[in-house]
Design a protein around this ligand. Sequence first.
Ligand code: SF4
Length: 310
Amino acid sequence: MTMLAEARNLSIDFGPLRAVSDVSIAIAAGETVGLVGESGSGKTTLGKALIGLYPPATGEVALAGRSLDRAARRDRLWRGRTAQLMFQDPLSSLSPRLTLRSLLAEPGRIHGLETKAYWARVKHLLAAMAIPESLLGKYPHQVSGGQVRRVAIARALALEPRFVVADEPTAGLDVSVQGDLLNLLAELQSRLGLTYLVVSHNLNVVRKITGRVAVMYLGEIVEEGPTRALFARPAHPYTAALLSANPQVDPGRRREKIVLEGEIPSPLKPPSGCRFHTRCPKAEARCRAEHPEATDLGEGRRVRCHFPLA
Ligand code: SF4
């Protein structure tokens, strides 16, 4: 299987803060993988690192078979055609001084793409997202937040990148538009063979569109596996707690409600042993002393826990 994006023993530091700690993950071409966890778990940082936006403190990242060393990270043209980030906050990523038409034209111009074919793609994307062409003469602040968001998505996808990191793709959108957007992402995936990493705290969205999911806590991947199996039988107590706090993910299933005690510890000073032990309802003495290794549970599942549930 060809791996499109891969991190091996990756750590990302921001000064004294280790935001991502010794993470290994491999995403195959054509897959849709979810990355879930609370705010501050490191999921957005990992997503951005996988497309070369942060240099590793340790370990390495490869994209489309090319190691993302310094030269590859600086090769913006290649990176732009290979991977794109769908921003959580599109307004901050779009110049307020350009019209929507200019904003949409920019990636094609920068990458030297043939104008006619490029605009045909942009127009298809806009039509699919119900953005009338009459809006293209306006500036970002003159249209609604949902419309800006959809223009930003069209801009990211117009280059037809192979790998897309979608950071909270449906946040702030009406439920009806959310459904349209998820359908559009699925359509583009089957038409273009796209590969997605969907970074989201919305487990409902993740359950709907991903085939595999990784769960992050305090900079580590604590569990990963096929979405259906992992949501049906979580192996890590943290995953079980996340799912029990979101009964709408699977309304037919009765789950024991797990309330997490205590605050999320500071990532500047993560707990010794298992990082989750200060909040884990199953914690034992060993958990405080010994950092659990990732254990293979078979069927593509891995968990970082001394006493897995599944
Ligand atoms: Fe809980 Fe211990 Fe497993 Fe950590 S290793 S998740 S503290 S049971």
